[in-house]
Design a protein around this ligand. Structure first.
Ligand SMILES: [Zn+2]
Length: 468
């Protein structure tokens, strides 16, 4: 089937407010038919484009003896090698600043974004104007699915710098026709001002990190405000942290604000990152596969795992002309199903969200542990506050884990012994031998961005005992 690629979207198009879908045909299409008629033709076009325009992929695929012309089915596509974050970084170091996968002349770059570089050299994104329009279109579609409409005011409470999250949320908001309120974050005193503006302007939609939304609510209460009554949020949507997909955290945010909590986001490399996103029914993120083709794979075979099983996230752009990612190994763990969602969309769904994020994992006594699993336990026990830390140390040759947690602001110290032993018992039932230390409310550091809750002191221990 011949298609026009990259797709050109009518920027004036918008569904009626009461229409649940932005693009009903493709969102509700029989999945197999969508694979044949929409995804595969777009994929083939994307692969040929990358082969023609990206020295990075040409080298990589020729080394493996694979040519895009060999890819006739999605099963054939499973032969293609993965691309890793590390490879992209190395390529950018060798071909600065954008790498040999830019695919468009540098003068055609419309936007530069990047990663924060907290875990290595930052990755630079150079994005063409057409891709920016495609990202806005995709994000508007996703936001429509969880109920954002043109009459909404979208309060964006995250950094406006290199961070893609804020800009992606704003692009979707503007394309959808809602009012963008790019408030930002990170300036001294800004959280207090956020509360004042949220109270006065009454935005209806919030975007930020889950941690920051809970911090703002706590600050609001300390000023005598009630987040349910003094603000007017219907929808809070999040990316950048696992929280919105952690059941107890989701519940806590929804109860705090009296609004729905939506999980979204893959990774910055994959913008439109909102091609992973929950619908208003909040039964786990959908893979919006006609925008970004998402797979859960077995790392050894490179093949997709069957529905109902757990695999590792791999993503492929289907409409990117600048820095396309083809089988980008994000490396997070999830489980997918292909069943009927109440929203009527026929995309695969991740009913438990992405519960094994590569950036959320640590190893204790040889076992993989996810901070979000501990978060889920803590936040499901009434009496605990929103903040906690996981501290890992090494005593002689054994790893030891401690959890520091605050009790809730509105409860007294008399509950501490009870909730402490409750938490220890529940973590033990998960195979985690942990000492819980209770601390006063407000002791642990709050964040306006992504929380750092894992403090690994083992490296310090090894340093200190070297040569001892
Ligand atoms: Zn749905």
């Amino acid at each position: 089937m011949e298609i026009k690629w990259p797709p050109q979207y009518d920027r004036n198009y918008r569904p009626a407010d009461n229409e649940p879908y932005w693009n009903r045909d493709v969102e509700t299409m029989d999945p197999q038919m969508r694979e044949e008629r929409v995804i595969l033709p777009k994929l083939k076009a994307q692969l040929s484009y990358a082969y023609e325009n990206s020295p990075f992929y040409r080298r990589k695929w020729e080394k493996e003896g694979i040519h895009p012309g060999d890819i006739k089915t999605l099963e054939d596509f499973e032969r293609m090698p993965f691309v890793t974050k590390q490879e992209i970084r190395e390529d950018q170091a060798a071909h600065p600043p954008f790498g040999s996968n830019l695919c468009i002349p540098p003068e055609k770059i419309a936007r530069i974004q990047g990663t924060s570089g907290t875990t290595g050299k930052p990755t630079v994104f150079g994005i063409g104007a057409g891709d920016m329009a495609g990202i806005a279109e995709a994000h508007a579609r996703a936001m429509w699915s969880f109920g954002v409409r043109p009459h909404d005011i979208v309060f964006i409470a995250s950094f406006f710098s290199l961070y893609w999250g804020s800009w992606g949320a704003l692009a979707g908001t503007e394309r959808l026709g809602a009012a963008g309120f790019p408030f930002g974050a990170g300036v001294a005193g800004q959280s207090d001002r956020a509360l004042d503006w949220m109270k006065e302007v009454k935005p209806t939609v919030f975007y930020g990190t889950p941690s920051y939304s809970l911090y703002l609510a706590e600050k609001a209460r300390s000023r005598g405000m009630d987040p349910r009554k003094d603000f007017n949020f219907r929808i809070l949507f999040f990316s950048g942290e696992p929280g919105a997909g952690v059941p107890a955290t989701k519940k806590r945010i929804e109860e705090t604000y009296g609004a729905i909590c939506i999980d979204s986001g893959s990774t910055a490399e994959m913008a439109p990152w909102m091609a992973n996103c929950e619908c208003g029914h909040r039964q786990g993120m959908h893979f919006w596969q006609d925008i970004v083709y998402g797979e859960l794979v077995n790392l050894e075979t490179r093949k997709r795992v069957p529905y109902g099983q757990e695999g590792v996230t791999v993503y492929t752009h289907l409409e990117r002309t600048s820095q396309p990612m083809i089988r980008f190994l994000a490396g997070d763990i999830s489980l997918w199903v292909q069943d009927e969602c109440a929203c009527g969309r026929t995309y695969p769904r991740l009913p438990r969200g992405i519960y094994g994020r590569a950036d959320d994992m640590f190893v204790v006594r040889g076992e993989n542990v996810y901070a979000s699993a501990i978060e889920d336990v803590i936040r499901s026990i009434p009496g605990f506050g929103d903040e906690f830390r996981i501290i890992i140390t090494r005593e002689k040759t054994m790893d030891e884990m401690a959890v520091q947690a605050e009790r809730a602001q509105d409860s007294g110290p008399e509950i501490e012994a009870g909730i402490k032993s409750d938490l220890e018992a529940r973590l033990k039932a998960k195979g985690l031998r942990t000492v819980v230390q209770m601390v006063e409310p407000g002791t642990l550091e709050r964040t306006e961005f992504k929380a750092k809750r894992i403090i690994d002191k083992r490296a310090l221990y090894e340093e200190a005992t070297k040569g001892a």
